[in-house]
Design a protein around this ligand. Structure first.
Ligand SMILES: O=C(O)CCC(=O)C(=O)O
Ligand SMILES: [Fe+2]
Length: 328
């Protein structure tokens, strides 16, 4: 029987692999990959993530993401208006044209010997090296994805290139609220899972998860399924844009992270592969009537990011808002 979440060796892709990815994308949107040659860098990334989140609260707060910003440390992210039980560090190696704050510094510097004291001398260098490696891997994955849709492999890569707007992140999920009691905003309820169910506003997301587990995907056929940890495997999930590109054939992967067992800590490292801000997003399937109207990537992502902070209001914007209404 085929694995529900298939593991693919991308150093030698077969027709069966393409078929397995296609089926996974139709049912839940997740697959895993090995054979990428990045194991040593992955070890370094785990070490950096653990070291960063272990640093003192004042140190992390000094890198806090500004209200209108996209990068830095943050501990109050919302999913559907409830606060997730996690803290994050968001980054990109160079300014991303989407964000006004991209010139503001968010990397820790060595003022008062802070990098040395916190063991973070290699932090920025390692994270940036990983971002570049993930970009290359994502390009390869976009070609594979085009193949699963029966389109020429290079169709989508031209929407990315040097002007891509991808962002990368470190996630730390403690078993308890990361915000001390006296700093909490009591108007915002804590989620009953570590990370609430959502889709990613990316093309695809490349994710490392540690051995604690807890990531779940929503399968049309099996409902919630575990996406189990496999050492050195990247977990790949399709995001909102693929739903449009595939003309609805694939649904953006719905996923969540269940609560971390008491006394444990979970780490994960996602990379959100995103196109140029000026990219026009529309279906790419030839010979088929478009089910989505086109939109500009920059407009969509700005609204989605704003939703992560909003405490009240309507349901968050989704890519289905761009579907043509079907006439009966
Ligand atoms: O931590 C995980 O396993 C998933 C993280 C995730 O879905 C996200 O950051 O968007
Ligand atoms: Fe996600």
């Amino acid at each position: 029987m085929m694995q529900i979440v298939p593991t693919i060796d991308i150093s030698s892709i077969s027709n069966d692999d393409i078929k397995a990815i296609k089926e996974a994308c139709i049912d839940h949107g997740f697959f895993k990959i090995k054979g990428h040659g990045l194991n040593t860098l992955i070890d370094k990334m785990w070490q950096q993530a653990e070291t960063f989140f272990k640093a003192s609260r004042p140190f992390k707060q000094s890198l806090r993401r500004p209200k209108d910003g996209a990068f830095g440390y943050f501990d109050s992210e919302l999913t559907q208006h409830k606060r997730d039980i996690k803290e994050v560090f968001d980054y990109a190696p160079k300014a991303v044209p989407l964000f006004d704050d991209s010139s503001k510094p968010y990397w820790p510097d060595n003022k008062n010997n802070q990098l040395v004291i916190n063991g973070l001398n290699d932090f920025q260098g390692t994270l940036n090296q990983f971002y570049i490696a993930q970009t290359k891997l994502a390009q390869q994955l976009m070609e594979i994805l085009c193949q699963t849709l029966g389109e020429p492999p290079e169709t989508l890569n031209k929407l990315f290139g040097d002007l891509q707007t991808s962002t990368a992140r470190l996630n730390h999920y403690p078993s308890e609220d990361p915000i001390p009691e006296n700093e909490r905003d009591n108007n915002i309820a804590l989620n009953d899972v570590a990370l609430g169910a959502h889709t990613d506003p990316s093309a695809i997301t490349l994710l490392l998860q540690d051995d604690i587990g807890g990531l779940q995907a929503y399968s049309a056929e099996h409902k919630w399924i575990d996406v189990t940890p496999e050492k050195y495997c990247f977990i790949i999930n399709i995001g909102d844009i693929v739903q449009v590109w595939s003309n609805g054939r694939y649904k953006a992967a719905i996923h969540r992270v269940v609560k971390v067992p008491v006394g444990k800590a979970r780490f994960s490292i996602p990379f959100f592969y995103m196109p140029q801000s000026e990219a026009v997003i529309k279906p790419i399937i030839s010979g088929e009537k478009n089910k989505f109207r086109e939109f500009l990537w920059s407009e969509y992502i700005k609204k989605r990011i704003a939703d992560n902070y909003e405490k009240t209001g309507d349901k968050d914007m989704q890519v289905t808002d761009f579907m043509f209404k079907s006439r009966v």
